[in-house]
Design a protein around this ligand. Structure first.
Ligand code: CP
Length: 307
């Protein structure tokens, strides 16, 4: 039977069922231990980044090449006909998708990946659209949580920092809501979790609380998911009011479970003190490496009917 992700657009984490997420995690576990250099042999993937990226672009491109595929695309849209000659996104997508077997796209506008999927002749994979969704980050976050905790079921997770603009938080809470987890949301008031997402969690009967500090819940936590305040989405005066309110230091971690792990989609600014890197709780660099395996798993499933 064909795998359910074959030739599917990957736009929002809410498009996945629990069993599809589990399939991707199982495939990532296998690919991490048993490399498969031929799974994308002969396939070309377009990697088009209209917005800055380090981890997402490079881990996608590593994933493609380690599976035997090849990459076309750009890391800076400034030299494209869209930016320089007024070509529409729709026309650009029609043309680029005719050159490849899949189309990975990051774009600063919410909804851009969904729009691209309407004009692409091959599967579109959303590598982040504005402050909306970042589904492949969520796949690597789920894989990393599973790797560190041995399960996704019934965990207690604190999300800290910019929960308003943090697209990784939006996607991850939606995914973890399929696994009966409990959430604590810890953010400056101006950056709290959007109402529509809280309403969605309430409708699903998910247990969540809004808290003022990490210390008050530290001893309950399996995962702390830190995020940076997204400076690029503020003007300077607004930014200084919300930056650096929540900083994770070794002192804040007192009373944590031995099995606690700290995740962060990166880049970090100052919200995790450098000294935390040397504690057994830090797992954010391993998390970034897991981006290769999670994206390998996704590409292998989207581009192979049977694997
Ligand atoms: N985590 C993440 O999306 O990082 P980049 O912006 O560097 O891709």
């Amino acid at each position: 039977m064909a795998n359910p992700l074959y030739q599917k657009h990957i736009i929002s984490i809410s498009d996945f069922s629990r069993s599809e997420l589990e399939l991707i995690i199982d495939t990532a576990v296998k690919l991490k231990t048993q490399p498969h250099p031929d799974l994308l042999k002969g396939q070309v993937v377009a990697s088009c980044f209209f917005e800055a990226s380090t981890r997402t672009r490079l881990s996608f491109e590593t994933a493609i090449q380690r599976l035997g595929g090849s990459v076309i695309g750009f890391s800076d849209s400034a030299s494209t006909s869209l930016a320089k000659k007024g070509e529409t996104l729709a026309d650009s997508v029609k043309v680029i998708s005719s050159y490849g077997d899949a189309f990975v796209m990051r774009h600063p506008q919410e909804g851009a990946a969904r729009l691209a999927s309407e004009f692409s002749s091959v599967p579109v994979i959303n590598a982040g659209d504005g402050s909306n969704q970042h589904p492949t980050q969520t796949l690597l976050d789920l894989f990393t949580i599973y790797e560190t905790q041995g399960t996704l079921q019934g965990l207690t997770i604190a999300f800290v920092g910019d929960l308003k603009y943090g697209r990784t938080v939006h996607s991850l809470t939606q995914a973890l809501s399929l696994f009966g987890c409990k959430f604590y949301f810890i953010a400056p008031k101006a950056l709290s979790m959007p109402d529509y997402l809280c309403d969605e969690l309430t409708e699903k009967g998910i247990n969540f609380e809004i808290c003022d500090s990490m210390e008050e819940v530290m001893d309950e936590l399996d995962i702390i998911y830190m995020t940076r305040v997204q400076k690029e989405r503020f003007d300077e005066t607004e930014y200084v009011h919300v930056a650096s309110k929540y900083v994770l230091t070794p002192e804040v971690l007192e009373g944590a479970k031995d099995s606690l792990k700290i995740l962060h989609p990166l880049p970090r600014i100052d919200e995790i003190a450098i000294e935390v890197d040397d504690t057994p709780y830090a797992y954010y660099f391993e998390q970034a490496e897991n981006g290769v395996y999670a994206r390998q798993a996704l590409l292998a499933l989207v581009l192979n009917e049977n694997i």
